[in-house]
Design a protein around this ligand. Structure first.
Ligand code: FES
Ligand SMILES: [Fe+2]
Length: 453
């Protein structure tokens, strides 16, 4: 067991670099973060029909998500219960049963062991097939199309876990009838970085935009959008906000209702869509979310490893592969109500900006890998790094859940990310993990009811 005291100092905003390289800390993360939290598995749009399956990871465990005959969703460890072989190698598909490559045991889509080759001849019909059912993920639940899984039976419900971050998430997931879908193939990138660095970068680091991405933004920014003006080293902060204190989940958002499409070579179609549907969004979400959030550049983080950015419209999950390596999986998220031409434009833009060939991802990948390597030497691992910008300057806003810092450049959300990480790492089980929704939602801001899938 690690001594975790002092690795994260909330008073000074410092983190010991050891947390980016230490194998024992990583093992504890697999148990106490990835083994305990709700993790994104797939979007319902990726498995619409019975027998549709999607293969993903929970921590380093290979997991199969399968749509059942009754349309419900189950998830299982993707490992044959005979000798442990990987059961399904395809990333996704549709099947009536899954046969193992090694000795041919076959499982139903409900995880039951259906057939065993030579069952009579070599097992003498004595094998108890129930005992060899695929191992299920204990908790599987969806929130407005996003499917999550959790290994921990004692975890709070998914809705409690998301807490009041749902009010912000709904500004995208529930803005239009039909909700959202993920489009495009899974873009996979292996990056030699500790998983926490890209997550906290996206959850709160507006600081690097105008510097790291100055060239990329110049290349793709359309010239006619105000409200998110980017120079070589500055970002216009007017009206943006960093929101945290929502059970570890966070939101970084511009508040102009249109800057999400600032980094499109030609945003005409997107802006037309926003204009034509604005009244509908306001009717569903209310004035603040419909006018200020919907259409803005937003970074959503669901702790620990799901992030999506409406506007730029990438949607990503991070899979850790040891303390110094991750796989990032990226898709494009669109509203189902969008015209096909706009959906295609969004997918093209995600490919241009993020993913293996993306201008922005290449800027970040280099920096994040370098921060990881520079933190694993004997001397450097004892040194601190800082997220101390605008410390102590956050507060509450009437009607807006969370602890909020002005602007999108503050490192406020990053501090909350490390606070949540530390809370999980120190807690022996969920009974010791604090739940908090700072400035909880008022009744008049309650979410619209979630429809059954
Ligand atoms: S390991 Fe799968 S059938 Fe033997
Ligand atoms: Fe970046």
């Amino acid at each position: 067991m690690n001594k975790l005291e002092g690795l994260v100092d909330l008073k000074t905003g410092a983190q010991r670099r050891l947390i980016y390289s230490d194998q024992a800390i990583y093992e504890q993360e697999l148990e106490r973060v990835f083994g305990r939290c709700w993790l994104f598995l797939a979007h319902e749009s990726q498995i619409p029909n019975p027998g549709d399956f999607f293969r993903t990871y929970m921590g380093e465990d290979d997991v199969l998500v399968i749509r059942q005959e009754d349309k419900s969703i189950k998830a299982f460890i993707n490992s044959c219960t005979h000798r442990g072989n990987r059961l399904i190698r395809a990333d996704r598909g549709n099947a009536r049963a899954f046969a193992c490559n090694y000795h041919g045991w076959a499982f139903g889509i409900d995880g039951s062991l259906a057939t065993v080759p030579l069952e009579r001849e070599v097992y003498f019909n004595e094998i108890d097939k129930d005992q060899f059912h695929l191992v299920p993920v204990d908790n599987v639940a969806s929130y407005r199309g996003l499917i999550f899984g959790c290994f921990d039976k004692d975890a709070p419900s998914l809705e409690e876990y998301l807490g009041d971050s749902r009010w912000y998430l709904d500004a995208v997931l529930d803005a239009m009838p039909g909700g959202t879908e993920l489009i495009g193939a899974t873009q996979k990138v292996v990056l030699h970085t500790n998983w926490k660095l890209p997550v906290e970068n996206v959850c709160g680091d507006g600081y690097h935009l105008g510097w790291s991405h100055a060239g990329a933004m110049k290349a793709v920014q359309s010239g006619d959008l105000s409200g998110f003006t980017v120079g070589n080293s500055s970002v216009d902060l007017e009206g943006g906000m960093s929101v945290a204190g929502l059970n570890g989940n966070s939101v970084l958002a511009a508040l102009d209702g249109r800057s999400g499409y600032a980094f499109y070579p030609d945003p005409t179609l997107a802006l037309k869509y926003l204009e034509e549907n604005r009244a509908k969004a306001v009717a569903r979400l209310g004035k603040f979310r419909g006018e200020k959030l919907w259409g803005s550049q937003i970074n959503f983080t669901v702790f620990p490893s799901l992030q999506f950015l409406p506007g730029l419209n990438w949607f990503r999950v991070y899979h850790p592969k040891g303390p110094g390596q991750i796989e990032m999986w990226t898709w494009a998220i669109v509203e189902k109500a969008m015209p096909d031409e706009l959906k295609q434009q969004i997918l093209d833009n995600v490919l241009l900006t993020f993913g293996p060939a993306g201008l922005f991802d290449n800027d970040d990948g280099d920096n994040l890998a370098s921060c990881t390597v520079q933190s694993r030497g004997w001397r450097t691992r004892q040194m601190p790094v800082y997220t101390n910008m605008a410390l102590g300057r956050s507060g509450q806003r009437v009607g807006l859940p969370g602890d909020i810092a002005s602007g999108i450049v503050s490192e406020h959300n990053q501090r909350y990310f490390y606070r949540r990480w530390q809370e999980h790492m120190q807690a022996k089980d969920w009974s010791e993990v604090p739940q908090y929704n700072i400035n909880p939602l008022e009744a008049e801001h309650e979410q619209r009811p979630v429809q059954a899938a």
